[in-house]
Design a protein around this ligand. Structure first.
Ligand code: NAD
Length: 537
């Protein structure tokens, strides 16, 4: 009982950063906007710089560089960054290998301190980091600060976890008093960290922190499109830990990512990205050996709206989950099942709300939806729209946006399509675009089955005030995060510690959630140590 209470007390020491939510609660939203606008001006005055890679504690500028452009306006060059090859990736792994002994044997209290200090430093400049991120990957200001907040949360939460678990070392009680036993979790060695474009702060930092704080050394390879937000973290921390403990390489994902998969000195991989790339990497990495591969992948997340749900709440929840950041979230809602008795009414409400969404430069205060991440996504949207028109019934017909504000970015109007067959490619494949498929249903048991018939299992939502339906939903749905009646977003927006982020099926490999109590243990292996002491002699 005492242990349980002290554990709760300790856990309550962790507090989510939660910037926008706090501003709303404390009635300080004007101040929030003013801070963001000031930071935006600072960032705009600081664009176009050269960014280095970092290997063995040294900043290195390669002569071959590429430009990092804003998807909101490709005339905005955030900076120029080195275009690495397999050779630099190998150097980074070598450096991480050399640094392992010193970092692994550093006391856990010291490791926790480094990350708590880094989190505090990030917190003090979070508006600056969020403004940069908004320009880099096109998130609106609320989503951008959420991304940075989550990175801060990961650093603080993993530090607290490490302290709470005494560095993951504990004595076990042996029935023979002559034997003293303890179990200690130890790091593996060098980890490759491969992160996606859509959370260049939170996910890149979350995975790297988990690997490092548990005593491993790392090579971070961020997304080709969004390296600068991730660089900000490496720049903050690399001089506070042994040279080579964190290395940072940038360039094409297939070249650098494959160099990590092929290098036998890499002991573990933390990957977040698409199922295609993730599964290919997984098979390659473990082909000739047994090594940990912590992997989070895509989703095809369903929402069920029943005749017992509040329709206005449901329409808001679906709208925010489906079109927030243009559907470019693994947790985005992409399939909606509506009871036939309310189907027409719900569609009308969703249509009206969708048509009124404010689309534009993402960093502007009033904008809900910014651009897609790159030309490929933009062209994919065009193609998918044609397929939707050919095979379904269009409720809202999206388009490629034109006009002065849109001409240099990848802006599209969201699309809602209905009546596609259950096994249609748009109903099955992760699109990662602002397009949702809506269908009607008549039996609750059947709709649960339809929701589960997906190779993915990340998030799911329901709108119903009926207790039987809610308990069946929580009992039967095969996904890692379930939400009921959440109008702020039906399927997205998990908070560190409170809502560990778990992928089932092809959405994730380990069944342990990022930001949860079971996450850090994946970066370590247990060792049981027994000493015989003849205490009666
Ligand atoms: P992606 O798979 O294209 O790229 C992910 C990372 O892999 C990038 O760093 C990329 O450079 C690298 N990469 C690309 N080709 C590679 C190769 N051949 N070998 C090794 N590495 C390679 O994904 P993305 O477009 O950056 O991100 C979107 C995807 O990420 C979506 O599928 C989304 O669902 C998923 N995602 C999942 C979660 C989660 O927690 N489950 C969170 C965010 C994003």
């Amino acid at each position: 009982m005492t242990t349980k209470i002290s554990r709760l007390v300790n856990l309550s020491m962790f507090k989510n950063e939660y910037s926008w939510g706090t501003a709303v609660k404390e009635n300080t939203t004007d101040e929030f906007h003013q801070k963001f606008d000031t930071a935006l001006n600072e960032v705009k005055n600081d664009l176009g710089k050269d960014y280095p890679i970092i290997i063995n504690g040294e900043k290195i500028h390669l002569s071959e560089k590429y430009q990092v452009k804003s998807p909101a306006d490709t005339n905005i060059i955030l900076g120029r960054i080195s275009n690495c090859s397999k050779a630099e990736t190998k150097q980074a792994v070598d450096a991480a290998k050399s640094a392992f002994e010193e970092w692994r044997s550093t006391k856990y209290q010291r490791k926790a301190k480094v990350f708590k200090e880094c989190a505090d430093s990030f917190s003090s400049k979070k508006f600056h980091l969020a403004a940069l991120l908004s320009i880099e990957n096109g998130k609106n200001r609320f989503e951008a600060i959420g991304d940075v907040d989550e990175a801060i949360d990961f650093m603080r939460f993993y530090a607290y976890q490490l302290e709470l678990n005494n560095g993951f070392e504990k004595e076990t009680a042996h029935p023979n008093p002559d034997e003293k036993t303890k179990v200690t979790l130890k790091p593996y060695g060098v980890w490759g960290i491969i992160s996606p474009f859509n959370f260049p702060s939170a996910i890149a930092i979350g995975m790297t922190t988990a690997a490092l704080i548990t005593g491993n050394t790392t090579v971070l390879k961020p997304s080709y499109y969004t390296p600068i937000s991730s660089f900000k973290f490496v720049e903050e921390i690399y001089e506070k830990i042994p040279a080579g403990a964190i290395n940072f390489v940038t360039g094409p994902g297939d070249v650098l990512g494959q160099a990590l998969m092929e290098n036998s000195d890499v002991s573990g991989i933390a990957f977040t990205g698409s199922v295609e790339v993730g599964m290919a990497c997984y098979h390659k990495f473990i082909r000739d050996s047994v090594k940990p591969f912590v992997c989070e992948m895509g989703g095809k997340n369903p929402v069920i709206v029943t005749q017992f749900g509040n329709l206005d709440k449901a329409a808001n929840g679906v709208l925010n989950a489906a079109f927030g950041y243009g559907g470019q979230k693994c947790s985005a809602c992409s399939r909606v099942y509506v009871h036939k008795s309310i189907y027409a009414k719900f569609n009308e409400m969703l249509k009206n709300k969708t048509s009124n969404l404010k689309i534009g430069l993402p960093w502007k205060k009033e904008v809900f939806l910014g651009p897609l991440i790159h030309e490929n996504a933009y062209n994919r949207f065009k193609k998918v729209l044609e397929i939707a028109k050919r095979d379904g019934e269009i409720i809202v017909e999206g388009s490629m946006l034109e006009g002065p504000e849109f001409q240099n970015g990848y802006y599209v109007q969201p699309t809602i399509v209905s009546q596609l067959p259950h096994d249609h490619e748009l109903m099955k494949d992760e699109l990662f675009l602002p397009l949702i498929c809506i269908n009607e249903y008549d039996s609750f048991d059947k709709v649960i089955q339809l929701a589960n018939e997906s190779e993915f299992g990340l998030t799911a939502g329901i709108f119903s005030e009926n207790e039987n339906e809610l308990s069946k939903f929580f009992d039967k749905i095969e996904a890692g995060l379930l939400y009921a009646n959440r109008d702020s977003s039906a399927t997205t927006g998990a908070l560190v510690q409170i809502q560990p982020f778990v992928g089932w099926k092809k959405s994730g490999i380990t069944g342990k959630g990022a930001g949860g109590e079971n996450y850090l243990q994946q970066f370590m292996r247990a060792q049981t140590q027994t000493r015989c002491e003849r205490i009666n002699e």
